[in-house]
Design a protein around this ligand. Structure first.
Ligand SMILES: Cc1ncc(COP(=O)(O)O)c(C=O)c1O
Length: 340
C-alpha cells in the first residue's frame, strides 16, 4: 500500500515503550516522569528550552498551537496546498476564528515575495491582520524548504511583526533529506512555532506543539485543555516520544522512508512512458502514467490518484517500506506490459 505513511503500522520499539510504561500507576495529565523525559528529549534536540505540549493528531498540533498565538481578527498566510487550509475541515477557522489567506503554489512552497502582497491591510480595521506565516516541512507536495529559505521567511516575518509556524508532520523526513539537525532547521532559523510530527514516522499516536518563544505560549496549556487534547494518561504518548527520540529511531525510520522513495523513483523510471513530476526529495512521489496503467494498478495496489486530467498519482513510502514492496509494484507493471 502506497497511499500514505499514515497507513503504516507502528515501529516495534514504540510498542515496547508503550508496554513498558504500562506499569502500575503514575501521575496523570502530563505530570508523570515519562512526559518530563519526553519534553527534555525534544528540548535537547532543538537546543532550546522550548515550551512543549503533547497532543494526539497533527490537526490538533496545528490548530491549538496556531490558535494560541492568534487573536480572532488575525490571519495566517500559507500555501493553498497547506494541510491547515485544505485538510483540516476548517478547524483553525472554527477554533480560533481567524482567517486563512492562501497563496497559490505549484510546488507547495511560498516565498516572502508572495507574502508581501498580503501585508497591505496591516492596520486597516476592515481587514484581517496577517500575523502568522505557516509553512509545511516537508510540504504536502513532497518538496522541501532549504534552511536559508526558512531563515529568510522567519526574518521577514519578524520584521513585519509576524511569526513563523512550521507544520512538521513530516519534519524528520526533511531533517534527514537535508542532512541537517532539528536545531539548525528550526531553532537557528528563528521558527516560532513547530508542530512536531511523530505518527507518520513510526509512532502510534503522538504529535507535539513546540513553542520556541515561551513568552508567547503562556496560554497554550489552556488552549490544549479547551481543545480536548489534555490526555489523562499522557504517559502513553510521551513514552512513544522517548523511544522515538532515543537511539535516533526517528532518523532510522525517516532514512528508510526517504531511501525507499529514491529507490521507487529509480525503478519507476525503468518503465517507458512513466515520468516523475519532480525528483523525490523525501518519501512522496508524484508520478504520471497512462490511465489504463493506473486503472490496472489500482486493482492491486492502493494509492491516490491526484489529478484525473493529467493522470498524476501519489506514491508514499514509509518507515517500514521494503524494496520487495516496491519490486512487486514494478514487476506488476512489467507483467502487464508483457501481456499487452
Ligand atoms: C502536512 C500535514 N500536516 C498535518 C497532518 C496531520 O494530520 P492528522 O490530523 O490527520 O494527524 C498531515 C496528515 O496527513 C499532513 O500531511
Amino acid at each position: 500500500m502506497f497511499m500514505s505513511d499514515n497507513n503504516s503500522g507502528v515501529h516495534p520499539d514504540i510498542i515496547e515503550a508503550i508496554i513498558n510504561v504500562n506499569n502500575g500507576h503514575d501521575y496523570s495529565y502530563g505530570n508523570d516522569i515519562t512526559t518530563k523525559k519526553a519534553i527534555e528529549k525534544i528540548r535537547e534536540l532543538l537546543g532550546v528550552e522550548a515550551d512543549i505540549y503533547f497532543v494526539t493528531t497533527g490537526t490538533a498540533a496545528n490548530v491549538i498551537g496556531l490558535s494560541g498565538l492568534l487573536k480572532p481578527y488575525e490571519a495566517v498566510v500559507c500555501a493553498n496546498t497547506a494541510h491547515i487550509n485544505v485538510d483540516e475541515c476548517g478547524a483553525l477557522e472554527k477554533f480560533s476564528g481567524s482567517k486563512i489567506l492562501q497563496i497559490s503554489t505549484e510546488n507547495g512552497k511560498i516565498s516572502k515575495e508572495e507574502v508581501i502582497g498580503f501585508l497591505h491591510p496591516l492596520g486597516d480595521e476592515h481587514q484581517s491582520q496577517p500575523r502568522i506565516i505557516s509553512i509545511s516541512q516537508t510540504t504536502e507536495t513532497g518538496t522541501l524548504y532549504s534552511i536559508k529559505e526558512i531563515k529568510d521567511l522567519a526574518n521577514f516575518a519578524h520584521k513585519n511583526n509576524m511569526l513563523l509556524h512550521v507544520d512538521g508532520a513530516r519534519i524528520a523526513n526533511a531533517v534527514v533529506a537535508l542532512n541537517t539537525t532539528f536545531k539548525e532547521m528550526i531553532t537557528d532559523t528563528g521558527v516560532d512555532l513547530l508542530s512536531f510530527g511523530g505518527t507518520k514516522n513510526g509512532m502510534m499516536i503522538g504529535e507535539a506543539i513546540v513553542s520556541l518563544n515561551k513568552d508567547l505560549s503562556k496560554g497554550f496549556k489552556f488552549y490544549r485543555k479547551q481543545g480536548m487534547q489534555l490526555l489523562s494518561k499522557m504517559r502513553f504518548v510521551s513514552a512513544q516520544f522517548v523511544a522515538y527520540l532515543s537511539n535516533e529511531l526517528w532518523k532510522e525510520n525517516a532514512s528508510n522512508a526517504n531511501n525507499m522513495g529514491k529507490y521507487f523513483a529509480d525503478r519507476l523510471l525503468e518503465i517507458p512512458g512513466v515520468t516523475l513530476k519532480s525528483k523525490p526529495e523525501t518519501n512522496m512521489l508524484f508520478v504520471y502514467m497512462k490511465k489504463d496503467l493506473i486503472n490496472s494498478l489500482q486493482k492491486e495496489f492502493d494509492f491516490y490518484l491526484i489529478d484525473e486530467e493529467t493522470n498524476l498519482i501519489r506514491l508514499v513510502t514509509s518507515f517500514d517500506t521494503s524494496k520487495d514492496d516496491i519490486d512487486n509494484f514494478i514487476e506488476f507493471i512489467k507483467n502487464i506490459r508483457e501481456i499487452e
